[in-house]
Design a protein around this ligand. Sequence first.
Ligand code: 5GP
Length: 142
Amino acid sequence: MPGYDPQNIFAKILRGELPCHKVYENDKVLAFLDIMPRAPGHTLVLPKAPARNLLDIAPDDLAAVMHASQTIAKAAMSVFHADGITIQQFNEGAGGQVVFHLHVHVIPRKAGVAMKPPASEKERPDVLSDQALKLAAALTRV
Ligand code: 5GP
């Protein structure tokens, strides 16, 4: 497996070199909205530590990412009036990974509504801003 590339797009977001619609942050984790959501509220949860994917992340960083993913999933159920949550996490190109900094997808789902295909449509920034504010506010209450 190749090593961690510090120039990947999520590393740039983590360093503040590129913007994001942040929903949650603690000392180990950053979470923000996917710019091409597969459903409204589609959130990406990342370790702050450099890790390419599940195959090289330290167990305590992985635990922090999963803990935050659970917290975000619970909040997203009410904010997005979801009936369920889909969790995805891809590893290496063969596993469907496109951006090589580990991230967990937290995707709110409505009964009977299919997810959009990956990377099919960019959401409007004002829509993402509004959703991020609502989810971040709900996260302060859990
Ligand atoms: P994966 O690597 O798990 O296959 O997917 C990468 C995800 O990152 C995709 O869902 C894609 O829409 C999202 N993505 C790609 N570039 C950006 C970006 O610049 N900002 C944000 N917020 N999401 C991105």
